[in-house]
Design a protein around this ligand. Structure first.
Ligand code: MN
Length: 217
């Protein structure tokens, strides 16, 4: 059983004009596929070839040292991109609703404050990486964080990722060149808050956020 490139919940041209199909052809079709391929290669012979991705990353210390960094880089690449695709949507943007909206108000003061903090994390992640909205079950709080390369909170904590923005240049260079602030602003128009809310409900219930199937390929 091997990890496979998951289908996106929308057609590759459905996010236009905010995210172009021509960018996604590379970002999803080439970059994400390469992480999946290299993850499968790295897992060969470890006995963890079929371990679901979230479980794999949450227990990455169990991977033999010689393979561990490759699993962090490529397993993280696979997980982070999948979460990213799944929280984007056509006709999206706007504000979060219901329980998530209340929790954001509680932990950040207001949605605007949250947006500022999240955009700031995305802006100040030096070099390649991600900014995150994570759920911290230890104190029942939402947390904005950032991470380098393909790292995420599963690898280092009990926190659960709810939403993320890719700030590697490959995510935005074709459309926005070096203008990361423009990309962050565009990202807010692409967020499917219903999907983020679903992740929030799963995280609170202690459930897996991304159930990705492996396939006999
Ligand atoms: Mn990317």
């Amino acid at each position: 059983m091997k990890h496979t490139l998951p289908k996106t919940p929308w057609a590759l041209d459905a996010l236009e004009p905010n995210y172009k199909k021509s960018t996604l052809d590379f970002h999803y079709g080439k970059h994400h596929q390469a992480y999946v391929n290299k993850l499968n290669e790295a897992l060969e012979g470890t006995g963890k070839e079929s371990t679901p991705i979230e479980e794999l990353l949450s227990n990455v210390k169990d991977i033999p040292e010689a393979k561990r960094q490759a699993v962090i880089n490529n397993g993280g690449g696979h997980y982070n991109h999948t979460l990213f695709w799944f929280i984007l949507g056509p006709n999206a943007g706007g504000n979060p609703q219901e329980e998530l909206a209340k929790q954001i108000d509680k932990d950040f003061g207001s949605f605007d404050n949250f947006k500022t903090e999240f955009a700031n994390a995305a802006m100040t992640q030096f070099g390649s990486g991600w900014a995150w909205l994570n759920w911290c079950p230890e104190n029942n709080k939402l947390l904005v964080e950032k991470s380098l390369n393909q790292d995420n909170c599963l690898m280092i904590s009990k926190r659960k990722p709810l939403m993320t923005i890719d700030v590697w240049e490959h995510a935005y260079y074709l459309e926005h060149q070096n203008l990361r602030p423009q990309w962050i602003e565009t990202f807010f128009k692409l967020i499917n808050w219903k999907a983020v809310s679903d992740n929030f409900e799963k995280a609170k219930a202690g459930k897996t956020i991304l159930n990705l199937e492996t396939a006999a390929v």
